[in-house]
Design a protein around this ligand. Structure first.
Ligand SMILES: Cc1ncc(COP(=O)(O)O)c(C=O)c1O
Length: 386
């Protein structure tokens, strides 16, 4: 079946729930057993056992994301950052080495530099453009290569198939943050990824009203992931899980519009005299465009803009007066956002050089003419304040 059909139907079982279209919100801690034999008997992954171990609400989301992404199964976490932790802890222990891409989401870098370091895991950061040359960085104790494409803030693409081939030749697992592309626009398991991580808080929930994480994987990696989540007691609240599943039902139509708006806005920004460059792999001018075109099925609504040199106060004048672009953490909801970013502060293996201040824009579902008009007035304020 095609993705839009899977997104509409996967994981739903109305016949088990009174004919109700959506799997209801099951609130559960205690789950009762009818007999002593049932209480003591062997339990499968999905036998009712305890609320923390999952309910039909949770299994519906697991199935929907897994089917859409082509995974063997999924683990649900209460945030994207927690999903990253579950995945890292599943495959790393004392004495191990990890290779992590230098454009990684900053809090993932923090896990490597704090908790994993204390556990005795060493991390080496690598240039996103490394490709197959990563083979030269793999050590005998390397267990994980962690990628995020495109990278946070700078949107650097990575040659995932080349990295995965080098990893697998040495028995190393490839973990990927696939939040930007969602299960719709990048199929990680077709390109050699072993474990895919989503901040479902973004496009899967899609409405800026819940925190949620998902990890999906190949069959081989599923047990370690379930063990990691189970040991740490990871579980998400039922309302948030429900909102994640509800988001998936409309994700294909939302993503198509995010892509259309982001592409139009990015192209318009490229033509502005105030803009030095736009960081969006879907643009032919982007250094990662060829890889994006080869491996990805679409582009979501998040991208970067490097301005020509201008004062911080002029940028503030531009951003403060915007009517349609909110300023705040996160992205992937239906609404447009804008933030100043500091990519250079989150690099250690490479140096990030920019002509001027950097912005991160999330193109929401508003009418594109209104989004451009608002931005045009922003540039007028920027020029006036410069
Ligand atoms: C690429 C990426 N991964 C992971 C996360 C973490 O997700 P959450 O905020 O749900 O913990 C974010 C959130 O900003 C993100 O942008």
């Amino acid at each position: 079946m095609k993705d839009r059909t899977i997104a509409t139907h996967a994981g739903r079982h109305p016949e088990q729930h009174f004919g109700v279209v959506n799997t209801p919100v099951f609130r559960a801690s205690t789950i009762l057993n009818p007999t002593v034999a049932a209480l003591k008997g062997p339990k499968g992954v999905r036998d009712p056992r305890y609320g923390r171990r999952g309910t039909p609400t949770v299994f519906t989301l697991e199935d929907a994301v897994s089917e859409l992404e082509g995974a063997a199964g999924a683990v649900i976490a209460p945030s994207g950052l927690n999903a990253i932790t579950v995945a890292l802890f599943a495959f790393l222990g004392a004495g191990d080495h990890m290779l992590m891409v230098d454009c990684v989401y900053a809090p993932a870098r923090r896990i490597a530099g704090t908790m994993l370091k204390r556990m005795g895991v060493e991390t080496t950061f690598f240039d996103p453009a490394i490709g197959g040359d990563i083979a030269g960085m793999i050590r005998d104790n390397t267990r994980v290569i962690y990628v995020e494409a495109p990278g946070s803030q700078t949107f650097d693409m990575q040659d995932i198939p080349a990295i995965a081939a080098a990893a697998h030749a040495r028995g190393v697992k490839v973990l990927m943050d696939n939040t930007w592309a969602t299960p719709l626009f990048f199929k990680p398991f077709d390109h050699g990824v072993d474990v895919s991580i989503h901040a479902a808080t973004k496009y899967i929930v899609g409405h800026s009203d819940a925190m949620l994480g998902v990890v999906t994987s190949t069959d081989e990696c599923l047990e370690p992931l379930r063990d990691s989540a189970g040991t740490m007691g990871v579980c998400a609240g039922p309302d948030d899980v429900y909102l994640g599943t509800r988001g998936i039902r409309t994700m294909p139509v939302r993503l198509r519009q995010h892509q259309e708006n982001a592409t139009t806005l990015a192209q318009w920004l490229e033509g502005r005299p105030e803009v030095a460059r736009v960081l969006y792999p879907a643009l032919p001018s982007d250094p990662g465009h060829a890889i994006w075109k080869r491996d990805f099925l679409g582009a979501s609504g998040l991208f970067g803009v490097v301005l020509n040199p201008v004062s911080d106060s002029a940028v503030a004048a531009m951003l403060d007066g915007l009517e349609l672009y909110g300023m705040g953490a996160s992205w992937g909801g239906y609404e447009s956002l804008i933030l100043p970013t500091q990519p250079a502060a989150n690099r250690s293996a490479t140096t990030w050089r920019a002509e001027g201040p950097t912005l991160r824009i999330h193109a929401g579902l508003e009418d594109i003419d209104d989004l451009i008009a608002d931005m045009e007035q922003g540039f007028a304020r920027l020029r006036a304040a410069a």
